[in-house]
Design a protein around this ligand. Structure first.
Ligand code: ARG
Length: 586
């Protein structure tokens, strides 16, 4: 494992050194280096600096050029315009750096020197409820962020804060007591996720009807909530049956989504039950929370309702019940003090931003969150239908996640079937799933999480444009070239002159590690997705312009195979960090 400095960072260092030598009073100044169309890189830093210190930028740029060491890295550097530097890298440096990346399993990406512990709250559906497109987002984004963070060496603990507690369970449990065989499974028969959910739906609807129509049932259901909260054994055992039935369903959807969830990481709202009273007591004793109309509340100067009155965070209701906030505050105590987190990350809908703002602030006042602990909500936007409104069925109901995934897989399978005639039905099914699910995930990950996006299956499974299918095809095409290469192997030849398309591809390949670091650091998988799309596009151009197996000399064949191979490995690693499969053949 060897971390490989990128050409951009080496160049940055050299220019920064030359700059501080030319202008010692500038201190450690940023040369503002970026990729450019005119040369490989452009440095703009001299402009601002000369302006600030009252010098002539072109003169300063000239001095920097004189101070730059010639040779291995820089082929050409010129002062242009009002005082930019245009810099061209040597072909040799490009190929050598790429060879160093290729020699490393991690493609030269460094591991964090002092990794921290992040507890990430993601994939949190609700018991006895259908999963919808919102759960698609917290699962897909969460999964990619976990992968990105783990790749950087961070210790990551997942917490699936499922909604498995609350008054609705009184109604469900009471109904089950009165209709005892409603959740029974046929002897020896395995229940599918779909069956599990339809059982739960049936029960939910039937109990709801009774609850609304029958005052006596309603009273019994309310008493059942009290029993549940008091930890009555029979009641808890029945509650557990709902949780278990729901888990059968959750796991079937996660399985479809190709997202791995570990049972020990599912710590739902109920998991913090034993802490709730203490959490409230601590808040009240420290004065962070106060009684207001019987409820225990935390107030904020900047949180007011439309009427101008303050809107408090309610940690305990006036009837003594604990809500969502008490649970989240208890979870913070657990995550900081027991799990020793230094970062708390929540992949949750932006519509819960106010909740998290108030919860974090409360935890800071209580001293549970200190300056050493970062708490971040990675808030995601809404999934919209083609009409730009929140995604609904034609009947106006929320769209079931499982149905969407099935449809995506169906469409992708049709494409796979049409393209590859020599595949068996089994292979078509497997690849159809990899392409279809990949398409849904990629569409979700390729725009920044905070933004809403339109769920458009036609666009998602399209072979052209910014889709995972395009990336998967690029990968599969490279694999096919590598298979056809026969005796010829991918070997880097640093002495070769590179064609423009090879240089462009090479310089982009070199940015992989830096891109991953940025995407992980900002919890921004979309930056990685954008990078990969550009990589596939640059590869397409390279493939059009530079014959690989039919190149003139053997060394060139080998070097181009080397570029193909490194592109494929980079694509695969990048897609893996997004949680998307890259089939060898398509
Ligand atoms: N179950 C909630 C929902 O479906 C999300 C839970 C988010 N996590 C948390 N710690 N509050 O909206």
């Amino acid at each position: 494992m060897a971390s490989v400095p990128s050409l951009a960072s080496s160049l940055h260092q050299r220019i920064a050194d030359a700059l501080s030598a030319a202008l010692p009073e500038a201190g450690a100044a940023d040369p503002l280096l970026r990729r450019s169309d005119r040369a490989d890189f452009q440095a703009n830093g001299m402009l601002a600096l000369a302006k600030k210190l009252g010098g002539n930028p072109r003169e300063l740029a000239g001095k920097v050029v004189e101070g730059l060491p010639a040779g291995d890295l820089i082929k050409d550097v010129e002062v242009s315009g009002p005082g930019f530097l245009n810099i061209t890298i040597t072909d040799e440096a490009i190929t050598k750096t790429l060879a160093a990346r290729a020699a490393d399993e991690r493609l030269g990406a460094p591991l964090a020197e002092r990794p921290g512990t992040t507890v990430i709250d993601w994939a949190q559906p609700n018991v006895a409820k259908e999963m919808h497109v919102g759960h698609l987002r917290n699962s897909v984004i969460g999964n990619s962020v976990v992968r990105l963070l783990e790749f950087t060496g961070e210790k990551v603990i997942s917490r699936h804060h499922i909604g498995d507690w609350g008054t609705q369970f009184g109604m469900l449990i009471q109904y089950l007591i009165e209709h005892p065989h409603e959740l029974d499974h046929k002897a020896g028969g395995e229940v599918s996720g779909e069956e599990a959910m339809s059982n739960l739906n049936r029960l939910y609807k039937a109990s709801r009807v009774l609850f609304d129509a029958d005052e006596e049932f309603k009273a019994r259901a309310r008493r059942r909530v009290v029993d549940l909260q008091a930890g009555d054994e029979e009641t808890l055992a029945l509650w557990q049956r709902f949780v278990d039935e729901s888990k059968i369903y959750f796991y079937s959807v996660f399985d479809k989504l190709d997202v791995e969830i570990r049972d020990e990481d599912i710590v739902g709202e109920s998991g913090y039950n034993a802490m709730l009273a203490e959490t409230c007591r601590m808040l009240e004793e420290s004065g962070v929370a106060v009684r207001s109309e019987g409820a225990l509340c935390v107030f904020f100067d900047d949180v007011k309702g439309p009427d101008g009155n303050p809107v408090p965070l309610i940690v305990q209701k006036s009837d003594g019940g604990f809500g969502y906030a008490a649970t989240d505050l208890s979870a913070i105590r657990d995550r900081v003090f027991n799990l020793k987190a230094d970062t708390l990350l929540y992949v949750v809908d932006v519509r819960q931003s106010l909740h998290f703002k108030m919860v974090f602030e409360t935890a800071r006042r209580a001293g549970w969150l200190t300056d050493d602990v970062k708490a971040v909500q990675l808030g995601f936007g809404t999934v919209l239908g083609k009409d730009g409104k929140p995604f609904k069925t034609r009947e106006g109901e929320t769209v079931r996640l499982a149905d969407l995934l099935d449809e995506a897989v169906e469409r992708a399978s049709a494409i796979v079937r049409e393209k590859a005639q020599d595949l068996t039905e089994e292979e078509i099914a497997e690849r159809g799933a990899q392409v279809g699910i990949g398409a849904v995930k990629y569409a979700d990950l390729s725009t920044s999480a905070a933004r809403d996006y339109k769920f458009d299956l036609d666009q998602m499974v399209s072979l052209n444009g910014d889709t995972s299918v395009y990336l998967q095809y690029a990968f599969a095409r490279i694999q096919s070239i590598l298979r056809k290469a026969g005796e010829a192997a991918p070997v880097a030849h640093a002495e070769l002159v590179l064609a423009p398309a090879e240089r462009a591809l090479g310089l982009h390949l070199d940015q992989f590690a830096a891109t991953v670091a940025e995407a992980a650091g900002e919890y921004a998988p979309h930056k990685l997705a954008g990078y990969l799309y550009q990589l596939a596009s640059l590869y397409t151009t390279f493939y059009d312009q530079c014959p690989v197996l039919k190149a003139e000399e053997e060394a060139q064949v080998e070097n181009r195979l080397f570029l193909c191979d490194l592109t494929a490995r980079t694509l695969r690693q990048g897609m893996e960090l997004l949680g998307i499969r890259t089939p060898e053949r398509l």
